[in-house]
Design a protein around this ligand. Sequence first.
Ligand SMILES: Cc1cc2nc3c(=O)[nH]c(=O)nc-3n(C[C@H](O)[C@H](O)[C@H](O)COP(=O)(O)OP(=O)(O)OC[C@H]3O[C@@H](n4cnc5c(N)ncnc54)[C@H](O)[C@@H]3O)c2cc1C
Length: 413
Amino acid sequence: MTQPSTSLPPHVAIIGGGPAGLMAAEVLSLAGIKVDLYDGMPSVGRKFLLAGVGGMNITHSEAYPAFLSRYAERAPQIAPLLRSFGADALCQWIHDLGIETFVGSSGRVFPTDMKAAPLLRAWLKRLRDAGVVIHTRHRWLGWDDNSDLRIDSPEGEKTIQPDATLLALGGGSWSRLGSDGAWMLPLEQRGVGLAPLQPSNCGFEVQAWSELMVSKFAGSPLKNIAIGLNDDVPRLGECVITATGIEGSLIYALSAPIREAINHHGVATIHLDLLPGKPVDKVQAALSKPRGSRSMAKHLHSQLGLDGVKAALLRELTPAECFTDPALLAKAIKALPLTLVKTRPLDEAISSAGGVMFESIDERLMLKQLPGVFCAGEMLDWEAPTGGYLLTACFASGRAAGLGMVEWLKHRH
Ligand SMILES: Cc1cc2nc3c(=O)[nH]c(=O)nc-3n(C[C@H](O)[C@H](O)[C@H](O)COP(=O)(O)OP(=O)(O)OC[C@H]3O[C@@H](n4cnc5c(N)ncnc54)[C@H](O)[C@@H]3O)c2cc1C
C-alpha cells in the first residue's frame, strides 16, 4: 500500500456494501474521512433486502447474557462488539433513521412495516449526504504486486491505493446476491488464517426418503414438534420435510451442532418428539386402548391426533414390529430417530460459518498480516442462529472496524 500524502485528509476504501460495510462507511464519514465504497453488484445491500422479504428481523429483545450466548464459542470475541453497539443501540440507530420498530411475540425485533427497503433507502441517502461515494459494479480482485487493490470496473481493471481498506465481503451463501466467498483465495495467499466456509442456518439431507415421503410429503410442515440432539433438552418449534431431507426454523436453530456432529461422525441422529405436550406414559396409555377392527392409522388419529406427515414419518422411521407394542410405539412417537447425512449446499444456506479467524485480527478488527486492512461482518469466523443475531453482529462489527480504522489512521505515522 502506498504511503499517503500527509497534507490530504485520509481516504479509505470499503469493499462490500452490505450492513457491515455500510455501517463502517457511516462511522468513517462522520469522522471526516473520505470514503469510497465498492461493490461488485449493480446495487448495494441485496442480501439485506432479501432478509427483509419474509419480515426484516433486525435484532432480538432478549436480555444481554442470553443474546450473547447465541454466538456460542465466539461469544468472547463478539462481546466487545455488542457492548459498544448491541441490540438497544441498533434500535436507537434505526429510530434515528426515522424507522420505528416493534418487538414480536417471540422477542424478535422488526421495523414496524417489516420491510428492509425503506430503512436501506433512508440510510443510503444519509451516507451519500455525508459524502460517501458508492461505486457499484466494482469488483475487488485482490492485491497486485505493489499491494494496491485491484478493482474490476465497467471501464476495465484499475488499481487503487487507499490509506486503509475495509473488507466487508459477506459469507458464502446466496452467491447471486454478491457474496460468493471468492475473497478466500487472495486472503489465503497473503497468509491470513481462514476457517473453511460452511453452511449455517441450513437444511440437511437424509440418506433417502421413501418414494411416498417425497411424492406426498415433500414441502409439508411439521408443526408443534420438538427436536433433541445428543443429551440436550429438546427444542420446540417447527420444520419442513423436503425432497432430500428436512429444513425450517427449528432445524436452522440446531444447524451448528448437527453440522459439527456430521463433520465428526459422518452422520448426526436427531430425535423428533411428535407430541411434545404429552408425556410418554400418557401416549402409551392412549395407544393401549382397544382399537377393535380400526386400522392403526385411525387409532393413531383418534387417540393422539397423529395423522398426515407426522403419521407418515412415524411409519417411515419405525420398524413394523413397534406398531404392535404400545410401549415401543410410544417411545418412538416421543423420540423418533432421524439420521442426517449432510448439509444442503452452502449456496442455499441463510448464512455461513467459517471465514477470517479471530486469531488473524486484532481488537480493532485489523488483519495482523496486513496492517491497514480491516475485516467485518459475516466474513469473520462466527455464526449465530436466525433471530436478528446475524444482522446485529454485522452492524456491530462494521461499526467496530470503522472506529478501528479511524484510530489506526490517527496513529499510523
Ligand atoms: C434468505 C436470507 C434471510 C435472512 N434473514 C435474516 C434475518 O431476518 N435476520 C438476520 O439477522 N439476518 C438475516 N440474514 C443474514 C444477513 O442478511 C447477513 O448475515 C448479512 O447481510 C451479512 O452482512 P455483511 O455486510 O457481512 O455481508 P453481505 O450483506 O453479504 O454484503 C457483502 C457485500 O459484499 C459484496 N462483495 C462480495 N464480494 C465482493 C468483491 N469481491 N468485490 C466487491 N464487492 C463484493 C457483495 O456484493 C455484497 O453486497 C438472512 C440471509 C438470507 C440469505
